[in-house]
Every structure is written in C-alpha cells, then in structure tokens.
Design a protein around this ligand. Structure first.
Ligand SMILES: *Cc1c(COP(=O)(O)O)cnc(C)c1O
Length: 373
C-alpha cells in the first residue's frame, strides 16, 4: 500500500502548547533552505539573536536558540552551569520544577527542595529560609510560569533574594516569554530558557536561551567537562558567536529558525508590552465567559497566568469525553491536567497568536454547547 502525503486537520490550539502558528510564520518555514554556513543564513542568525535579546529584555551576548525543544534548553542551562557537588535551591510548585530537580541530580548537584502547593506561586519567604539554612548554595532554580498549574511566580523578588546570597539564578520561562512581563537584565536573571511553541507561536522544537556575563564566567571556570557534547556551550558558541568565521557544530534547523525569526519580528511589530497586555485582556474575557458556565480557576487571582488558565471541571462531567468532543466537533484542543492535577482540571491556553478574541468566544461557545449535551 502506498502511503500518501500527510494533511493535518485545521485545529484551534488552546492547550498548554504548541499554540496556533500564524500563516505568516508557516510561510516563513516554507522558504528555500540555505546551507547553515551560508552568509545569508548567518546574517539571519545575527538578527535572530537581536530579536531574542529584545524578547528577553537583555543585552546578554550569549543569547541564542538551542536546536531542540524547551526541555533541551532546560538541560543546557543545568549541564553547563553545574558541576558535581554544587548545591542548588530548587523550587517545585508543579511538574516542571520537578524536572529541574531531576536535572540537578543527573548533573551530580545537590538539590535543596523548596515546595509549594500546586496552583500557588513560589513563596519567597521559603526561598529566603532555604538560603538562610544553606548559605553555600550556588544557584537558585525556579519556574517563572508553571504551565502544569497556571501559576506565575514573582521572578524579580526571587532573583533579588538569590543575589543577596551571592547565588546565580536559573529560570524556566518556557511559557512566560512573550506572554507575561519578563525582564532578564533588570531582574538579574543569570540563565534562562524558553520554547518556540508557547507564547512565541513558532513551531515546536527550538529553545531560546540567554546567559549573563556571570553565568558565562562560571561556565569558563569549569573544572570538569560538560557531560553533554551536543549542549556544551563552549562548542555551541563557536557556531552562534564565531564573529565572521563560524565553525560547524551541528546542522542548524534552518527552516525552523526562519519561522522563529518571523514570529519574533511579529512580536517586535506588536511591541512586547502590547503583547503582554493582549494576553491579560483576553484572559479577563475568558474568565468572564467561563464564569457564566460555572467554571472556576484553581489559582488565586494574583498568582494567575493569563496565557495558561487552569480551571475546574464541573462536577459530574467526564473530562476526557468533553475534550474528545471539542476536538471531534469543534477542532478545538484544550489541555488536560498534568501530574497531580490529572483528571482534576482543564488547561486552556491563550498563547501568542492563539490569544485572540475569536478564540475566546469560540472556546466558550464550544464548551457551553458540549457541556449542555
Ligand atoms: C512546555 C514546557 C517545557 C518543556 O518544553 P518542550 O518544548 O515541551 O520540551 C518546560 N517548562 C515549561 C514551564 C513548559 O511549559
């Protein structure tokens, strides 16, 4: 039997990512592939770095996109910064903080766990207490926007605490970049990673990262080799930073980088602050619509992420059946609960290009109809 071309259905993606990719970004993806050392391609990479510096609000020279998804950006931060025996205060208030802890352990680091309930922000007082008890901690690691619960933590305050104890910060901004206020330099974030497929609305598979001068110095002073060859920044930067004469490290995902570039050009056109505001405004609209259906948020108002709405499933409603009906009858994807919240919540994403008025109205109307069956 001959297999023919794959034509995906046209969905509306309102889950925890990937988010809808605009026609303009998809068109960029379809442009001619260049050699990854072609001067025209290298010019595009330099622009991409500048666009990422804008999105992250940083002057960090070491700002680029890891050629792999957000999870690889996470791993890139930990494997480059940590050496065996390093103590790291790591905050867990959902799934992704747990993955940070796992990374620390695999690097031979010593995690000091600060736990908060799922659906709540990281408590700065607990972090302060953890530093008080562990003044030798070299790093503080936390998730800015916990996609598994919809909670936003106060990155600025957490970074200020770490600075007072002389520790560097490692921040997960996979879901926050482009969707929520985030200021890498002003807040003193030392290592940060994100993903292309959440509020940037580029196809999945790339992880924007940025490292401060202090983080770069820690990497330069390493006594041990980074255990990952692919993610070793001393090698990767020969490709991304080699002024004029770039060395082959791996073949960059050329067309995916065009798409990320285009999505960042769109972010620049809209303006970062305007994008943050749009996510907030649409979140308010969604909140109103869901309230009419008796659906409530699990995160207290002040800690809520606008781009990831974790909400209760009405009593007596079959979680999986509703999501399946939304997909089958409305081509609409919303997210299921993850980890401890599996079966307990829906996660409705309003990320990037998908954060628009039509989607909010469509989602509320579709939920109303499916719930009335
Ligand atoms: C999605 C996500 C990741 C992982 O990104 P992938 O691109 O799926 O590897 C990490 N952290 C957070 C907070 C996320 O939302």
């Amino acid at each position: 039997m001959a297999i023919s071309s794959f034509h995906p259905p046209q969905r509306t993606l309102m889950g925890p990512g990937p988010s809808d990719v605009s026609a303009r970004v998809l068109a960029a993806l379809a442009r001619p592939t260049l050699g990854h050392l072609d001067p025209a391609f290298i010019g595009m990479m330099d622009e991409l770095k500048r666009l990422l510096q804008y999105a992250f609000q940083t002057e960090n020279a070491m700002t680029f996109a890891v050629s792999a998804p957000g999870s690889a950006g996470m791993e890139c931060c930990f494997v480059n910064l940590l050496e065996p025996g390093d103590k790291v205060i790591v905050c867990q208030n959902g799934v992704f903080g747990g993955r940070m802890k796992e990374n620390i352990e695999r690097c031979g680091g010593i995690p000091v766990l600060v736990e908060d309930p799922w659906g709540r922000a990281v408590d700065p007082d607990k972090v302060e207490a953890a530093f008080g008890a562990n003044p030798d901690a070299k790093f503080l690691a936390f998730v800015h926007a916990e996609t598994s619960t919809g909670a936003c933590s106060d990155a600025q305050t957490l970074c200020a605490i770490a600075k007072r104890y002389g520790a560097l910060t490692i921040v997960d901004a996979v879901t926050s970049l482009g969707g929520s206020p985030l200021k890498v330099d002003e807040w003193g974030i030392d290592a940060i990673y994100s993903g292309s497929q959440k509020c940037l609305s580029a196809p999945p598979g790339l992880s924007p990262v940025s490292f401060s001068d202090a983080a770069a110095e820690v990497i330069r002073q390493r006594k041990t080799k980074v255990q990952s060859w692919f993610l070793d920044l001393s090698l990767v930067m020969g490709y991304w930073a080699g002024e004029g004469k770039r060395a082959y490290h791996h073949t960059a995902p050329v067309n995916s980088l065009y798409a990320l570039h285009e999505s960042l050009v769109m972010l620049q056109e809209e303006g970062l602050e305007a994008s943050w505001q749009r996510h907030c405004d649409l979140h308010q609209q969604l909140k109103q619509g869901l309230a009419e259906l008796g659906i409530e948020f699990i995160v207290p108002e002040g800690d809520r992420l606008p781009q990831l709405n974790a909400v209760t499933i009405p009593a007596g409603v079959d979680d999986a059946a509703v999501r399946a009906a939304l997909l089958a009858d409305y081509n609409l994807e919303i997210g299921a609960g993850l980890g401890a919240l599996a079966g307990k919540v829906w996660r409705i994403g309003l990320m990037g290009h998908a954060a628009n008025q039509r989607n909010v109205d469509y989602c509320v109307a579709a939920l109303r109809e499916v719930l009335s069956r």
